[in-house]
Design a protein around this ligand. Structure first.
Ligand code: SF4
Ligand code: SF4
Ligand code: FES
Length: 390
């Protein structure tokens, strides 16, 4: 047994005392084995010290997805976070001793109902329904079951593993800037159906998600959802898969210019090694404007429409200096560094394989994926793959 202090963010909408009307902090001391969870600590508080503490939970085994909170600022499941580790993390973050309290807050990007309980309807479930999370097969159903290639199911299993806890939504930086963003959890679920060969609406789904201004191109590639997800779903990777399918395989040119922006990034870094803002803007919004006597009208329109974004970038310090917007000012990489960048690009092109090896085994015959020589276990797998049972 060890002693821990929990510093809990409270909000009691029904409070009558003035000091408890808004959000406030409460601290509680608990005695627990370090291998027990932060949720166990909260339940000890609720049972023995303050029955009004609201926390949502059910399975206490990282299965039901109901105990999403922030622990020491990180979105996670309270029942999957060991209290001993959380205390060490709190001390590490604050450079303090073992008495540093473990900070527990409600999830971010969601309205708080009471204490640690958030309202996930508008921020999660509405968006989840938005992606039509069910199969839309074409034609009459087969007489018996659908026959699906095993590798196709392996490919979608990572997104199937989602328990709808909302930790990724809580951590998502794009959602903070644009609450309308469909978000990591719903988009990961969208891949589950886009990647399923039984679905007959793949192009329509991709077209819809690419052209929605809050869709797949609204993700800023920040990795926060991957870090937060307790089940290894890696939502950002599923979003990148949707993008590749939409752009490369279905040739969808979205109205948001997301596809062009992505291609412009790749081209820009390939050519310069670091980001040349002046070319990025031009390539993203007006590919073809340079070197052509007759630029596309839509491209010029796009470039003009992007001016407010550029001004915002300068104002907020994202573009640190205006000269960066002048073509030709961007500095070159020293020595042969650019050749190294080129080699990375060549290597990436050569070894580009789109395989989602979420389920792996220990090796042996049964672990071979169709068409593979060796055991799947030999290939690097995403983190937490062992969390999923095939
Ligand atoms: S990678 Fe994209 S979806 Fe994931 S948290 Fe960042 S912005 Fe959100
Ligand atoms: S993707 Fe991960 S973090 Fe997001 S809702 Fe699903 S299980 Fe939770
Ligand atoms: S209580 Fe079910 S996931 Fe934590």
């Amino acid at each position: 047994m060890a002693s821990y202090t929990l510093k809990v963010r409270r909000y009691q909408p029904e409070a009558t005392e003035d000091e408890k009307r808004g959000a406030y902090w409460d601290t509680f001391d608990v005695e627990l084995d370090p291998t027990l969870s932060v949720l166990d600590g909260l339940l000890q508080v609720r049972d023995g010290q303050d029955g009004s503490l609201a926390v949502r939970c059910s399975c206490r085994a990282a299965i039901c997805g109901s105990c999403g909170v922030k622990v020491n600022g990180q979105s996670t499941l309270a029942c999957k976070t060991q209290i001993g580790e959380a205390a060490e993390e709190a001390a590490r973050v604050h450079g303090a001793g073992p008495d540093e309290p473990i900070v527990v807050e409600p999830m971010g990007n969601m309205p708080v109902v009471k204490d640690l309980v958030t309202d996930m309807e508008s921020t999660h479930w509405e968006k989840y329904r938005r992606v039509t999370p069910w199969l839309l097969p074409e034609g009459p159903p087969p007489e018996r079951e659908y026959i699906v290639p095993a590798e196709a199911m392996v490919d979608v299993t990572q997104s199937v593993a989602c328990i709808q806890c909302g930790a990724c939504v809580s951590a998502c930086l794009s959602m903070e800037a644009d609450p309308g963003f469909i978000g990591p959890a719903a988009l990961a679920k969208a891949y589950r159906f886009v990647g399923d060969p039984r679905d007959g609406q793949t192009t329509e789904r991709l077209y819809d998600l690419a052209n929605d201004p809050h869709g797949i191109y609204d993700c800023t590639h920040c990795f926060a959802c991957i870090e937060a997800c307790p089940k290894g779903v890696a939502p950002m990777n599923q979003i990148m898969r949707l993008r590749r399918l939409a752009g490369d395989e279905h040739d969808i040119q979205d109205v948001n210019n997301g596809r062009n922006h992505e291609l412009a990034f790749v081209k820009n870094i390939g050519k310069k090694g670091t980001l040349d803002e002046s070319l990025l803007l031009q390539e993203s919004f007006a590919p073809g404007i340079k070197g052509k006597l007759m630029p596309r009208i839509a491209a010029i329109k796009g470039l003009i429409q992007s001016i407010p974004t550029a001004i915002r970038g300068i104002r907020t310090g994202k573009m640190r200096s205006v000269p960066k917007l002048i073509p030709g000012v961007h500095h070159k990489l020293p020595g042969d560094a650019q050749d190294h960048v080129k080699r990375i690009y060549e290597r990436a092109e050569e070894s580009r394989v789109e395989l989602n090896l979420y389920i792996i085994g220990e090796g042996g015959e049964e672990d071979h994926l169709p068409g593979q020589e060796g055991p799947a276990a030999e290939i690097e797998a995403p983190a937490q793959a062992e969390d999923v049972v095939s």
